[in-house]
Ligand binder design. Structure first.
Ligand SMILES: [Zn+2]
Length: 324
């Protein structure tokens, strides 16, 4: 089931109340999306599938056009999430790092197409621009009668965000536009990409930000963790215990898939010769994708379980039923 913005907000609150985190994967191909849903289904876990601008404009989706990218990505995800196999999996479609002059335009399109939750990349914005853009999205939602569930971020790659910024950024948006914010993503000592020293990772900062954001909003607000790829299982679990409810996962996921693809081609050199009797079966995309899937799905499952997501889908669905 693809979650509406209201249902996505309920999921983030469910995770905050029950102290687990939902894995958010930057799935960058149609088969990566299928693999993530397979892993979530086996674990009885909710899952977030998210797209940054680079995925929306990628060759597999928008081929240069981010709006077309949203349409194609969502069409596939919506069909999969409604299928018999995956209809019990709570699936969030989230816009991740969207940046540049078209940001509001792209996110308005995502809202109109009923994306479950939205965020943007504020790394090149001033604090005032970040606040103004969040409020602009709220105004558009109100004008058009759309529902909106938001993640707001601040300097996720810039070390520990001072608590004061939770007041000046998150607090001001909540004050001007109450009720739309569901996630807060301050810097907590992680960095996007692989090979970073992550000894500055601070569960104490996560806890302090989580408590202050929840106090400012008057409801449970979970922390969204960016740059999780280099963290070990213990660090991830400490983060979840401190209030992380959404763990973004991109670089390590890409590494697992690309290494599996390389191994497939290395192991099938002979079969990929035109005269080999297995040429066709070996050259078809399906063989490559199944081979990647067999390596990737167990890793996604392990990540979901490490975050405490296993078994949460059933409980969350019951929760939704009692709300409706
Ligand atoms: Zn990020």
């Amino acid at each position: 089931m693809l979650l509406t913005p209201q249902q996505a907000r309920a999921l983030y609150e469910h995770a905050a109340q029950h102290r687990y985190a939902v894995l958010a994967v930057n799935a960058d191909s149609p088969t990566a999306v299928v693999d993530c849903l397979m892993a979530a289904q086996v674990c009885d876990a909710p899952i977030i599938i998210e797209t940054s601008l680079w995925q929306l404009t990628a060759h597999s989706f928008g081929a240069g056009d981010p709006m077309l990218g949203i349409d194609l990505y969502l069409a596939q995800l919506r069909a999969l999430a409604a299928s018999e196999r995956f209809r019990d999996v709570p699936v969030v479609y989230h816009t991740d790092h969207i940046k540049g002059s078209a940001t509001v335009h792209i996110l308005t399109h995502a809202m109109r197409r009923k994306a479950s939750s939205l965020s943007l990349d504020s790394s090149a914005m001033s604090a005032e621009e970040n606040i103004a853009t969040m409020i602009r999205l709220g105004e558009i939602a109100m004008q058009e009668g759309l529902s909106l569930t938001l993640e707001m971020e601040a300097g996720v790659d810039d070390g520990i965000t001072p608590l004061e910024e939770t007041r000046t950024l998150f607090g001001r948006v909540e004050q001007r536009m109450p009720g739309h914010l569901a996630l807060w993503a301050p810097g907590v000592g992680t960095k996007h990409g692989l090979g970073n020293a992550l000894d500055g990772f601070s569960p104490a900062a996560i806890r302090a930000h989580q408590e202050l954001a929840s106090e400012l909003a008057g409801r449970p607000i979970g922390i969204a963790l960016h740059g999780s790829s280099g963290l070990n299982v213990n660090q991830l679990q400490d983060g979840v215990a401190a209030g992380v409810v959404k763990v973004n996962w991109s670089s390590e996921s890409l590494l697992i898939r690309s290494a599996a693809a390389a191994a497939y081609f290395d192991g099938n050199r002979e079969r990929l010769e035109p005269k080999h009797p297995d040429f066709k079966i070996s050259a078809m995309d399906d063989g490559l994708q199944r081979s990647i899937s067999s390596v990737y799905v167990p890793k996604v499952k392990a990540r979901i379980e490490a975050l405490g997501g296993g078994g949460r889908a059933s409980d969350f669905r019951q929760n939704l039923d009692s709300l409706s």
